[in-house]
Structure formats: structure tokens, C-alpha cells
Write a protein that binds this ligand. Structure first.
Ligand SMILES: [Zn+2]
Length: 151
């Protein structure tokens, strides 16, 4: 497994554990060259979950895409890569628990907001502003008020 930081192929597994009730194995690895640590997942290849997009088109669910969206929302916040990984894991658990083979991107967005709400309010609002595509400042304020009243 190539190191994502320096591309060295000289890496070792420092921890392996079964996650999601044994559906996946999470491995922590360390690079021998640059000593950075990273995580890989091992899964059985199954039928992908299909995401129904806003335009009704479909594409296979993509963990990287979700991770990037969350990364953008968490920019400059005190949230580590491991925490982001954990957020994505929680969203994926929600997707898996829905037992749907096809899931609207809107639903994945809602799941993500549910998880983000407990992690970081600013990241939550940022993600919501991209995701909900607020029509105007009023619908944006409405969302903020909802968040504040739930506190
Ligand atoms: Zn490296």
C-alpha cells in the first residue's frame, strides 16, 4: 500500500480492527520513509449503493466525494483527519442501516448534517449552506434559528 504523503511503498500495519460488525477491516498504517500514519479499509466487494442525484441521474456512492465535501465544511476548524474519517464512518453506517440500494444525495446530506451537528456548529452551517442551496438569506436564517432553538 503506497503512502499517500510520500508515495513510498514501504509501509507497515500498526493496527487492524474489524468495524461495522465485521463488514470492514480498518487498518492503521505507518510509512517507513516519512513516518506519517494513514488508514485503509478492506471490504468485500459488493453491489455498490447508487446515489440518486438532484437531476435524477445515478452514480455509485463514493466515499472520497463525501469526505471532500466534509473536509471543505471543516476547513480551518479544529477537526482532525481522524475525526473526519469517523464522521464519514457514521454517515456510511446510517446509509447501511437504511438498507436502501439507491439513496437520494439529499438523504446523504441530511445524514451528514445529523452527524456534523454534534461535532462542530460552524462546519454544520457551512455544509448546510452548500447542501440545502438556500434560496435566500431568510431560509438561511431559518436554518440557523432552528439550530439555535435546538440547543
Ligand atoms: Zn510516506
Amino acid at each position: 500500500m503506497k503512502c499517500p504523503y510520500c508515495s513510498s511503498e514501504d509501509t507497515k500495519v500498526i493496527d487492524s480492527r474489524s468495524v461495522d460488525e465485521g463488514v470492514r477491516i480498518r487498518r492503521r498504517r505507518e510509512c517507513f520513509s516519512c513516518f506519517q500514519r494513514f488508514t485503509t479499509y478492506e471490504t468485500v466487494e459488493t453491489m455498490p449503493v447508487m446515489v440518486i442525484k438532484r437531476n435524477r441521474g445515478r452514480e455509485p456512492y463514493n466515499r472520497m466525494k463525501l469526505t471532500n465535501g466534509i473536509l471543505r465544511a471543516c476547513e480551518k476548524r479544529d477537526i482532525s483527519i481522524d475525526q473526519i474519517d469517523a464522521i464519514v464512518d457514521k454517515v456510511e453506517a446510517k446509509i447501511e442501516n437504511s438498507f436502501e440500494r439507491e439513496i437520494p444525495s439529499k438523504t446523504i446530506g441530511e445524514y451528514t448534517l445529523e452527524v456534523l451537528k454534534d461535532v462542530d456548529e460552524v462546519a454544520y452551517v457551512r455544509f448546510a449552506s452548500v447542501y440545502k442551496q438556500f434560496k435566500d438569506i431568510h431560509s438561511f436564517l431559518e436554518e440557523l434559528n432552528k439550530l439555535i432553538s435546538e440547543k
